[in-house]
Design a protein around this ligand. Sequence first.
Ligand code: UDP
Length: 452
Amino acid sequence: METSSGLERRRRVVLVPCPFQGHITPMLQLGAILHSKGFSILVAHTKFNSPNPSNYPHFTFLTLPDNLDGFDTSFDNLVNAISVINTNCEAPFEEHMVQMVAEEEQVACIIYDSIVKFAEVVADRLKLPSIVLRNINAAYMHSHLVIFKLLAENLIPLPESQLHAAIPGVHPLRYKDLPLPATIEIPQNVLDFQRSDMDIRSSSAVIWNNIDQLDHWPLQQLQQHWPVPFFSIGPLHKMAPDIPTSLLEEENNCLSWLDKQAPNSVIYVSLGSLAIIDEKELIEMAWGLAKSEQPFLWAVRPSLLNGSDAMKSLPEDFIKNTRERGLVVKWAPQKKVLAHPAVGGFFTHCGWNSTLESMCEGVPLVCRPCLVDQWINARYLTHVWRVGIELENLQQITIENAVRSLMVSEEGEVIRQRAFNMKQEVDRCINEGGSSHEALNRLVEFIISLSG
Ligand code: UDP
């Protein structure tokens, strides 16, 4: 019997990420974890948003021609871009996998992001084992089943007046938290997307970037729907060795600015890599932050506004008036920012990575979801884990009040304490004997068992 540095090291895991920041990051982190466990890693990626191979000397890379050159990959066209990727990458991926098998390279399994379905199609055709990575709150996936049930009972479309009502049996979700507009006839292509998202087809297991204790109830419900092993091994960024994953250049100068701020005094603001807002909302955000009179670090991604550079749309007076206690960057080293002792709050869109990154550092949140799963994440943050304040809208008075409330009120202090307790719980889960640590050991054994 060879040891992990012998037999297992030669076992190859093929990773197929989805080419958006919030999806590439956890897949690369999973690769780093599996490499540290003795597997060799091949990353099959699109040309679009390709990771930089020189950052990962221990991985090998395969570029799949996606034919996305010149294609509109802006937020509004994402579903079409994903469809093009799934269509165009299937054949070149299959060709490469056939060659690998012919050369007797041992492929232990293909681990694919749930969005890039072509990888599972190829795995199934070639009879190679596949595992799907879900970088998402299990409650969001479960909400698909809720929607199918509501549809079967003819309860969708709902009257507008019912949007704020609680959905029976799925506390604390309201109809308005569902990831589609429940007051209209759901378009067929949206339904098809949801049904396909709920179909793991031939996958042998599901890897979750989450923590079993925090997502336990929806995971149990989903386990009945997908009778394959689940491995909740998150938060991946804490389980993995530190590796660069950013597609944009991080402005590290903000860390020395943070060094000069008092502990827990700064609110960090970011709406992630995809969300877009309109110019009026950007300006409301700026004045809301200014009027809160709290120090802030704001990551204003150029594409935050559809069509024009968000940074250039910030009012001059705002920049002048807040120079003493605010810093605006295009893209921040977010994990380091959240871990910095000066950061005492996170004004976030509640993307799943941002949610996990904040929880790991015990940073309480102001929650302003923008799309898809973020509504449910926000609801869980504010009403289940209770580490955040819900922001009803992007108006300056609402922002000013919420930021003050989180940063300097007694209510904020109670939430901060809960966020701190949450960090300790996360630490317990990722350390030896904790649920994520144990699940990772089981996953390694499972992958080894797949290749016999
Ligand atoms: N991020 C970052 N710098 C920024 C803004 C975001 O590094 O200025 C990272 C953040 O740490 C997270 C990812 O981008 O890992 C965003 O993923 P998330 O799931 O939160 O949201 P998405 O971008 O997918 O909407």
